[in-house]
Design a protein around this ligand. Structure first.
Ligand code: SF4
Length: 334
């Protein structure tokens, strides 16, 4: 690689980008109503999806630009065949210091072992409720048992940290907040409450459906134990961390709507069909699949750098200018 690679990826607001989220499929084995319609989802043909070798090459080039944190997402990444093979490839790349994966947990009972053997340790498991009926209502699948078995197996195998991502939709999950928090305390898992964001394929989102971080903090402090902000927060982490004053662990809040954190954003995303996105809500995206299939590493590095240099200041959810991205959440990845 030429010296092009030396300088870190800094955008016009001075934000350094070292965190890459890789969506490895748009397919999923559940149908969360706030993500995709129950029926009629057209998934991308295999030929359009990046191969493991293309993903590995992209990461190798991105690492030369300062990327050192990787998160694997989907759709649901565990539905992608031979995922442990890809994980091993990425974990072995010098410069990749941290690799994590976000899953809905349904296939964890089957795949936690091979993922652990491939070297994965950090897991975020998406679970909004411990109530079987509400789980079915949200995901349109009767798989709560598999997810809970998957969490138990992941703990036994020694994954860690394990975090539980819960999307907080108002007038739906209020009854789940305390049970989820208690479940996580008992299992030494950190819950992450995620404010509902306007990324759903059916445009169901509106602000009145957002259960805010402050509302959840108030509930947990009243019902479980007082929560206070952690002493040494990581300013670049998407979640704002709180700790129980009784030593019962930490709780994370991803408050994209009520307290946007874009000014500390260090994230880039690549979709499963090879589109580079400088923001979860980006309208524009840059094709890198073409370069991966017929271009050079220099071209790739230049394109990554140009994409970062074009990055906007942040999402505009709270402004009248907001336009939802044309690509739905399941084809972007968390
Ligand atoms: S909304 Fe976009 S800019 Fe803001 S934190 Fe998320 S990815 Fe970064």
């Amino acid at each position: 690689m030429s010296t092009l690679a030396a300088a870190p990826l800094v955008d016009s607001f001075g934000r350094v980008h070292n965190n890459l989220r890789i969506s490895i499929t748009d397919r999923c084995n559940v149908r969360c109503f706030y993500c995709m319609p129950e029926k009629g989802v057209e998934f991308m043909p295999r030929s359009e999806i990046l191969t493991f070798e293309e993903i590995e090459r992209f990461v190798r080039v991105a690492v030369t630009l300062g990327v050192n944190k990787i998160r694997i997402t989907g759709g649901e990444p565990l539905v992608r065949k031979d995922l442990p093979v890809l994980l091993r490839k990425l974990i072995d790349i010098p410069g990749v210091n941290d690799i994590a994966l976000t899953t809905n947990g349904v296939l964890l009972p089957k795949l936690a072992g091979p993922l652990y053997d491939a070297g994965l340790r950090r897991l975020n498991i998406h679970l909004d409720t411990l109530d079987r009926d509400r789980f079915f209502h949200i995901t349109r699948r009767d798989d709560l048992g598999k997810v809970l078995d998957g969490i138990a197996l992941a703990r036994r195998l020694g994954f860690g940290p394990i975090k539980l991502n819960a999307v907080a939709v108002k007038n739906l999950v209020e009854e789940d907040i305390v049970p989820i928090a208690r479940f996580c305390r008992e299992n030494r898992i950190e819950p992450r409450f995620i404010e509902f964001m306007p990324l759903d394929a059916q445009q169901l989102w509106n602000k009145s459906k957002v259960l805010t971080a402050d509302e959840i903090i108030e509930t947990l402090s009243r019902e479980v134990a007082p929560l206070v902000p952690v002493a040494d927060p990581d300013p670049r982490a998407p979640a704002t961390e709180y700790v129980y004053t009784d030593g019962g662990g930490t709780v994370g809040f991803i408050s994209s709507v009520s307290k946007p954190f874009c000014m500390n954003c260090n994230r880039l995303r690549i979709t499963s069909d090879g589109k580079l996105r400088y923001c979860l809500f980006a309208i524009e995206e840059t094709d890198v699949r073409g370069i991966l299939r017929s271009g050079t590493d220099e071209e790739l590095a230049r394109t990554i750098r140009e994409t970062v240099s074009k990055k906007w200041i942040g999402h505009e959810i709270n402004s009248s200018r907001f336009v939802a991205p044309p690509r739905p959440m399941y084809a972007i990845g968390g």
